[in-house]
Design a binder for this molecule. Structure first.
Ligand code: PLP
Ligand code: COI
Length: 366
């Protein structure tokens, strides 16, 4: 299929969708995929978006093209110095037949903040959203049926131009691809077992932990692999200064509940400001819970009544136990805690439009 220019502003207002999805685009052949066996893994889809920006820091409106490998200089800034960011969001079939995104403008803003931190030209919000909508629309047949998973949307921003000195690259690429995904943690809603890492940290003050820099993730692979080798689903990181305050769960934000009060680590610059985290805080507040954004001492977390983590991929995932320094804390008798369950249900009902979206967070893919 030839490349097609995009860049027409999208209309913000919702429109009724037919049962097959967006403007009949799902009439294309069903992909041969077992929707019941979806895992969180990459599956090649049909189309991707790509835009570039040169030294004038002006983004040109991009092109849709068939999904393909990239070609770039071995001296590209991203390959040599990790000048890159990614984002993650989900498109889902909603109960009303629409395909919807969840707060994509927050991902656009977060990518802009990350771009500033890594010396890259921020992608204009309009261009970002247009690219996301168009990529989802042109891959609409890959959106799983309601309740079977989601189409994970992965925007990438990287220094694609050649540079030998450690400095911002002379050219940037912004692209969006998608992949249908199932649950992030094996076992779906079943509570996960986590291990607190004393050996490794994810981020330090003044570093890049508060943005979605690609370079934040490779150092977490070995800690995660080691924990998985011991039977845990993931690691929990503590802060790098005091080695005592809970920061994050691999690629999701941490929450705990004690005596009905919900706590989550405050945003100090070393924690990623999750879209799901912000949404859970608002949902919980609207349901009358006291929510505290504060430093969470590891001992407080171990003594909590319930713990869970929250993220786009993880959604709201119940934590059944946490190991630290030989001690194992178990929560809610291995079941999903009642407040965790309430928040999971409330969040997913909004995301799939099974409940009124009073916050106005879901956006129909146009
Ligand atoms: N923390 C980290 C390190 C992440 O990679 C993610 C995933 O995006 C999150 C938290 C959760 O953020 P969000 O809810 O925006 O997906
Ligand atoms: C997300 O939740 O979108 C993430 O970024 C997790 C990802 C690292 C798999």
């Amino acid at each position: 299929m030839p490349g097609r220019g995009v860049g027409q502003p999208l209309k913000a207002e919702a429109h009724p969708c037919n049962a097959t999805g967006v403007h009949g685009l799902l009439e294309d052949a069903e992909p041969s995929i077992d929707w019941d066996a979806l895992t969180f893994s990459f599956k090649k889809t049909d189309r991707m978006y790509l835009a570039t920006c040169g030294q004038d820091d002006e983004w040109q409106s991009g092109q849709m093209q068939d999904f393909t490998d990239l070609s770039m200089s071995p001296a590209a800034g991203v390959l040599n110095y990790g000048q890159g960011l990614f984002e993650g969001m989900k498109a889902q079939h909603a109960a009303d037949g629409c395909i919807v995104l969840f707060r994509p403008e927050m991902n656009a803003t977060r990518m802009q903040e990350g771009a500033r931190r890594l010396g890259m030209p921020p992608v204009p919000e309009r261009l970002f959203l247009d690219a996301v909508h168009t990529t989802v629309r042109e891959n609409a047949r890959w959106v799983p049926p309601i309740g079977k998973g989601a189409l994970y949307v992965r925007p990438l921003l990287m220094g694609s131009g050649p540079i030998l000195g450690v400095a911002p690259a002379p050219e940037y690429t912004f692209l969006v691809y998608v992949s249908p995904v199932g649950p992030y943690f094996k076992g779906g809603i079943r509570p996960i077992s986590l291990k607190i890492s004393d050996e490794f940290h994810r981020a330090a003050p003044g570093g890049s932990g508060g943005v979605k820099a690609i370079g934040n993730y490779a150092p977490g692979m070995i800690p995660s692999k080691m924990a998985k080798g011991e039977g845990y689903a993931e690691v929990i990181y503590l802060d790098a200064v005091h080695h005592r305050y809970v920061e994050e769960v691999g690629a999701a934000n941490f929450f705990c509940v004690k005596d009905g009060v919900i706590s989550t680590p405050e945003l100090t610059g070393t924690i990623l400001p999750g879209v799901t985290r912000a949404s859970v805080i608002e949902i919980a507040g609207s349901r009358g819970f006291e929510v505290r954004e504060e430093s969470i001492d590891v001992e407080y977390a171990l003594d909590a009544d319930e713990c869970f983590c929250a993220g786009t991929a993880a959604v709201v995932a119940s934590i059944g136990s946490i190991e630290h320094d030989g001690r194992v804390a178990e929560y809610s008798g291995g079941e999903v805690g009642p407040i965790t369950m309430e928040l999971y249900k409330a969040l997913t009902a909004i995301q799939q439009r099974r409940a009124p979206d009073d916050f106005g967070w879901t956006v129909v893919v146009e």
